[in-house]
Ligand binder design. Sequence first.
Ligand SMILES: [Zn+2]
Length: 218
Amino acid sequence: MSFFSLFHSLFFPLSCASCGKHGEALCQQCALHLPFAETLNDRRSFALYNYHHPLIARAVRTLKYHRRRELAEALLQHGAPRITEWLAEVLQSEAPERIVLVPIPQHQSKTRERGFSQSLLLARALKKALEGAEVRILLRKYRSTVPQARLKKRKERLANLIGTMEVDKALDPATLYLVIDDVITTGATVQEALRALGAGGAKRILAVALAHGYAQRH
Ligand SMILES: [Zn+2]
């Protein structure tokens, strides 16, 4: 635990990420008003919430900089029925025997800086909500890239990431691999993760993100 998160948990006890009420990471009242996202165009990925809503933007920041396990769990617990519904729709009748949650890898320097990876935090929270799912750290980032924020065009962002992730073991074609990310913006990171898992032998690969940052009516 970093000094900052230790400090934070000592001096800022559990309170609702939206209204600040003490006792829960997200109170019942605020959970009712969480803004679910519209369905994405890409059928292989699903985002639960709309990042443009201030509550979600704040929650994503909180998860990124402070390890707030309870908040991650509350957000995913609340959204789990929607994820299950989406999975049933995409997979039709072919229910997978095994579901493996794969967090998007973070550059080591960032993990060192913050002491944790928010994708791993989210994957562990989703595991609690999806019965039988397991979490495995399969993807590695092995080449640093030009920061995506410096690249304006979506095409440039996609090209910048191709070949930056890999898996180091053979994957099972019958298992469903669910890539877990915090926010899908251009979709480039998720695309690269899907590519790398496919290259590792996975045949059933989908992605779930806490939120998407597309403009409305994408
Ligand atoms: Zn609240």
